[in-house]
Design a protein around this ligand. Sequence first.
Ligand SMILES: NC(=O)c1ccc[n+]([C@@H]2O[C@H](COP(=O)([O-])OP(=O)(O)OC[C@H]3O[C@@H](n4cnc5c(N)ncnc54)[C@H](OP(=O)(O)O)[C@@H]3O)[C@@H](O)[C@H]2O)c1
Length: 305
Amino acid sequence: MTATLKLTPTIQMPAVGFGTYLIKPEEAAAAVKTALELGYRHIDTAEVYRNEVGVGEGLRAFLAESGLKRDDVFITTKLWPGNSAWGMTPRTYATTLEAMNTSLANLQLDYVDLYLIHAPFDPDERREQWRAIAELRRQGKARAIGVSNFTGAHIDELVAAGLPKPDANQIELHPWSQKPDLVAYLEANDILPIAYSSLVPLASWRATPGQESAKTAQMRADGAAEASPFRVMAERLGVSEAQVLLRWALQRGYAVLPKSTSAARMAQNLDLFSFALSDADTAAIAEMDRGDGVAWSVGDPTRAR
Ligand SMILES: NC(=O)c1ccc[n+]([C@@H]2O[C@H](COP(=O)([O-])OP(=O)(O)OC[C@H]3O[C@@H](n4cnc5c(N)ncnc54)[C@H](OP(=O)(O)O)[C@@H]3O)[C@@H](O)[C@H]2O)c1
């Protein structure tokens, strides 16, 4: 089983979650069931991934076979906020409440463990979305609540409106996008950083055609190079480059959400507790920051005004 991190004074979150972005709706049930069988106890999905139904099916199949209970598994989903700049209608207070009911119906659950706003798009509406999410926690439909891709300034706006502080902020974090100011803000404000796209530097990251991102040709070449610093560290430690990247995040106190559709990789990505990066390794990685994240093809959404 994996280590846990403090999400709130009363809620612990498994530090290693299973990511499900780009897992096709029809493949999600089997992937989630396999991940749970391998030992994952934390699943990350989102309305916009369109695989909540499969995630719920995989969870139910696993619980029925294992005899474990709903509350043995931590489930996160996310509100798609809409974005008027992209011609999409932003979610209001009322439509946020409805969106949560749809997600719960899709998942066939009474509650999720963590509900997030997926990104900070329209400024007025994100405050109303957050107000609704706080109400959903009050109603017991979400045990904990948070944001994703928000900066400190975005979070300050919510708190200045008299609304609760988020319990977590899910952001793109890996050696090439370290966001030191944002991480310092989160740590100072007792908001748990959840790292996504930890594996960006790997040559195999979203290598299948059609899995768009803003990863550059230079980054692809660097990740594939024989002398990639992660490959050197991995060979010395007797682990894979993916394990080095995930372990780096855990050592910094972040939760991680590796996604894979291969059972062997899922197992590897959970096996992070029998080795450690040295101080020299972490000092070398501290020098590798390249700035913004690349997972979103439109650019890092923390840049939203
Ligand atoms: N809040 C947000 O805006 C946001 C944005 C992006 C992601 N997320 C969440 O974070 C999760 C993880 O991020 P991500 O899906 O972008 O990327 P990721 O988990 O960092 O990397 C996934 C990619 O790496 C490959 N991979 C996985 N394990 C590997 C291993 N051990 N060795 C070599 N290659 C490996 C996968 O290929 P195979 O599948 O072929 O193994 C896939 O191409 C998402 O699934 C989602 O839940 C959230």
